[in-house]
Design a protein around this ligand. Structure first.
Ligand code: AGP
Length: 609
């Protein structure tokens, strides 16, 4: 996700460097978050708003962006990770209002983007970029023109915009302040003597301050060189000093948000990632709904984790809509080649958007006349560029090689799409899926620490195992497959997912005393026979692990180790039920002495066939 930094100082010596250099260095320390464009705005000593921005990496843009040239008392900087609009000079932040007096940088996704854009355009605003961020600058412009103070304008805008955001605003009319507002996306103030800073992330400000204040959701305010002002959306003042914390982490620890590994950070970030996915899915899928409801053959493809997300969608389409959809592993395209024609639609799923197997599948289907819809995390990737319809999960950059938050965001997106497809046929089920998806971020927050502890103690039991089966039926199968993939790629324990009912047709031959067998049951699928499958394994001495609703006593009574999961009624449960496996894989890797962020022989993006 985007990185933001704001600096305000009493005089040009307060921080010992030129403003441009301070911003450049802070942005360098935010690079690890992933980005495609850079920009900054400074109000110079003549009160002039200077803006420099471009697509590309900081080191390649040093000359063009002239960081060393500009100084001033107030400035904001931004590393953009594209969400609305492809990476380009124009879409890079900061963005301005029509008068070019206000500059804004933003991290997050505005959900009611289209509505706001239409409204502003009808009032005559010149909107020059494709971004959601620019709209906030124009909204501010309108309120200021009506005579409101900046703080009141921001409060009203927070009520008007829907989605996730942390944004910073500077104005040529108030050259000693940086205004801010926050919902969901992180925002942190760093305190100094004669200066203050504000950033999306501690690394952005750590060189100058270890005294920080974390801004909470629904809060807004401003920083000036000597003052911090915070209030909530109801206008109630908040005492900033009651919130001050001292940071004693190393820079490395800070980049991982205090987590020992990116993988763990990303597992914990899932509630935010799912929220961000939900913030933009409705607006994105408008055009593809009718295509999927028309009389077309639906194919869904991906590799690895993205294939498992494809399977979840395939199961949902069949189970809820009775659709004749087909999910296939993208490298297996040759098998399906002759089936594609003008009546086909292919949904190509890929976190990176660069996986060559998935790109090849897309090209093959396209050549035969199929309509291509892509679902990626990276904007403007090869896969999205070659698709007719480009959809984005907007989960933020994923640095760990093991896909975690991008899987749950993919599933969120695809199940939301299915819920919309049910609008005519079964609106009640559609609404129920949507409701459970919307509840998921909160459920993740509520359960994740407990699951983490339980996974860690299970990892202590299993760390010397050589094999693990992960069994499931129906929708529990793709979740089990994803669980097994996580375990094998990170901990190097052979983990095999299998349909629970099929386990007695072969895999059971391997089972002997203490052989670990995990059973996934989301609770609502046809799992009544799962109990017999567990009994069969138990009779051979298997060590039974259950990931099942807490209410499913039959399963938990048979288990040697239980994850008591919340009871849910729809396939949205697959988001929460994969987390025990992600965390088990993580703890197994750590206990076995491996680096979970960099598993051997694997690359984050696989661009070879
Ligand atoms: C997942 O943990 C893996 N690292 C891998 O299977 C991955 O999902 C696969 O390579 C597909 O990548 P993509 O989503 O970027 O296309």
């Amino acid at each position: 996700m985007c990185g933001i930094i704001g600096v305000v100082q009493k005089n040009e010596k307060a921080l010992g460097e030129k403003m441009g250099i301070i911003i450049r260095d802070s942005l360098k320390r935010l690079e690890y978050r992933g980005y495609d464009s850079v920009g900054y705005a400074i109000i110079d000593r003549n009160g002039r708003l200077v803006i420099r921005k471009a697509k590309g990496k900081i080191d390649d843009l040093l000359k063009r962006l002239e960081f060393e040239r500009f100084d001033g008392l107030v400035g904001v900087g931004h590393t953009r990770w594209a969400t609305h609009g492809p990476p380009s000079d124009l879409n890079a932040h900061p963005h301005t209002d029509c008068s070019r007096c206000i500059a804004i940088v933003h991290n997050g996704v505005i959900r009611n983007y289209q509505e706001l854009r239409d409204e502003l355009a009808s009032r005559g605003h010149m909107i020059s970029s494709d971004t959601d961020t620019e709209l906030i600058a124009h909204l501010i412009e309108d309120y200021l023109r009506e005579g409101f103070e900046m703080i009141d304008a921001l409060r009203m805008i927070m009520r008007k915009i829907d989605g996730s955001y942390a944004f910073l605003v500077i104005s040529c009319r108030e050259t000693d302040k940086i205004y801010f507002a926050k919902k969901i996306s992180p925002l942190i103030i760093g305190l100094g003597e004669g200066f203050n800073l504000i950033s999306s992330d501690i690394p952005g400000l750590i060189k100058y301050s270890r005294k920080i204040i974390a801004i909470e959701d629904g809060e807004l305010g401003y920083i000036s060189p000597e003052k911090i002002y915070i209030e909530n959306i109801y206008g109630e003042r908040i005492d900033p000093l009651s919130r001050v914390k001292i940071i004693d982490w190393t820079i490395e620890q800070i980049e991982r948000g205090g987590y020992p590994h990116y993988m763990l950070k990303e597992i914990y970030e899932q509630s935010i990632a799912v929220r961000n996915t939900l913030a933009s899915v409705a607006e994105q899928i408008r055009d593809v709904i009718n295509i999927l409801l028309s009389d077309r053959d639906i194919f869904i493809t991906g590799a690895g984790t993205s294939y498992h997300a494809a399977l979840v969608m395939d199961y949902a389409l069949k189970y809820y809509l009775g659709a004749r959809s087909t999910a296939f592993i993208s490298s297996e395209i040759s098998l399906y080649k002759k089936i594609f024609d003008k009546k086909s639609v292919l949904i190509a799923i890929s976190q990176s958007g660069e996986t060559i197997d998935t790109l090849n599948a897309l090209r093959t289907a396209k050549e035969r006349g199929a309509l291509i819809i892509s679902l990626t995390n990276s904007v403007d990737s090869a896969i999205s560029r070659e698709s007719h319809y480009k959809l984005y999960i907007r989960a933020g950059p994923e640095i760990g090689v093991a896909a975690t938050k991008t899987f749950t965001s993919q599933v969120t997106f695809l199940l939301y799409l299915v819920s919309e497809l049910l609008r005519e046929q079964d609106p009640d089920t559609g609404s129920l899926i949507k409701k459970e998806l919307e509840e998921s971020p909160e459920l993740i927050n509520r359960y994740i620490k407990k699951i983490d502890k339980e996974s860690e103690s299970l990892a202590s039991i299993l760390k010397d195992s050589r094999n693990i089966y992960v069994l499931g039926r129906d929708i529990s199968l793709p979740v089990s497959m994803e669980g097994a993939l996580k375990i094998k790629e990170i901990s190097y324990i052979h983990a095999e997912a299998y349909p629970a009912g099929e386990s007695k047709h072969g895999p059971i031959a391997l089972v002997e005393k203490d052989f670990p067998v995990a059973f996934t049951s989301l609770g609502f699928e046809h799992n009544h026979v799962m109990v017999s499958n567990i009994e069969e394994m138990k009779a051979r001495g298997a060590f039974i692990i259950a990931v099942a609703p807490y209410s499913d006593e039959r399963i938990h009574r048979l288990a040697d180790y239980s994850f008591l999961m919340p009871s849910m009624k729809t396939m949205a449960a697959s988001i929460l039920y994969v987390i025990p496996y992600q965390l088990l894989a993580y703890h197994l890797a750590v206990k076995r002495g491996f680096d979970p962020d960099k598993p051997r022989n694997l690359a984050k993006t696989v661009t070879v066939e």
